[in-house]
Design a protein around this ligand. Structure first.
Ligand code: GLP
Length: 241
């Protein structure tokens, strides 16, 4: 695990540079896309790179990590909507090449299985962007998640619902109880994992992820077993290292 401590602006550019290099080698690379505030600087830097003609995502493909259950199509907090606004609509990627778990499927378990199959059929994820929750979750793999888990339905913890209520105008009751999420085992199959975290709220989770014992109680610790992980944090998120 390589840990880089730098400022927020550089984090976005450094990851965008990694993605640019990947796409030069492999124009149809598969990107693992995270939602939330952490990856926004990366998407900004990618959008700027595309507008300057420095890179093209025209042949790239993408898979998002997770989705709330039951939010109607077009809901502003639905992760499919969020990724389209934050990323897809700002770069030259084909929207049809971006895949997301279907949180409205009549059979959610079957939708999870289909998602795993789609990732495999695409040849797996080349570069997975990750944020981290204050309780150490990655995607929506909450504490207690099996370290070998695959895409499945999960119940969100009270802590995560409170953390994410800010996206629902602060209304905790509006935050869904359930989600679909890639499992820890799914994420571990990505060839390169890039995790970004900023702010003191992430310091404890970053401390456990980098220096703690591998445990389902801090799901991100499983990344210690991954052969190629880059962690980019600012001073505040690194303050407990
Ligand atoms: C959510 C998402 C995660 C994300 C985490 C941190 O729960 N499911 O994928 O990493 O929040 O979000 P943020 O980057 O906004 O702090």
């Amino acid at each position: 695990m390589e840990v880089i401590i730098t400022n927020e602006e550089s984090i976005g550019q450094l990851v965008a540079d990694d993605i640019t290099n990947l796409l030069r080698r492999t124009p149809d690379a598969v990107l693992g896309l995270a939602t939330g505030s952490s990856p926004l600087r990366i998407y900004d830097a990618l959008a700027e790179g595309v507008s300057r003609g420095e890179l093209s995502l025209a042949r790239a493909r993408g898979f998002t990590l997770d989705e709330y259950v039951g939010l109607p199509e077009g809901h502003p907090c639905r992760y499919r909507t969020v990724i389209d606004e934050d990323f897809t609509s700002r770069v030259d990627i084909d929207p049809a090449a971006i895949h997301a778990p279907d949180g409205n499927a009549p059979d959610l378990d079957a939708a999870c299985l289909r998602y795993e199959e789609a990732i495999s059929a695409a040849g797996g994820v080349d570069l997975q962007i990750l944020g981290i929750g204050t309780d150490g979750h990655i995607a929506f793999n909450e504490p207690g998640s099996s370290l070998a888990s695959r895409t499945r339905v999960k119940t969100l913890t009270e802590q995560t619902r409170r953390d994410n209520a800010r996206f629902f105008d602060g209304d905790l009751d509006a935050v869904p109880m359930h989600c679909l999420t890639q499992g820890l085992g799914t994420i571990m199959q990505a060839r390169h994992v890039v995790l970004v975290a900023t702010g003191s709220g992430k310091a404890e989770a970053v401390h456990h992820m980098v220096e703690g014992a591998v445990s389902a109680l801090w799901p991100a610790t499983i990344l210690q077993h991954h052969p190629h992980v880059t962690v980019l944090v600012d001073d505040a998120a690194a303050s407990r290292l």
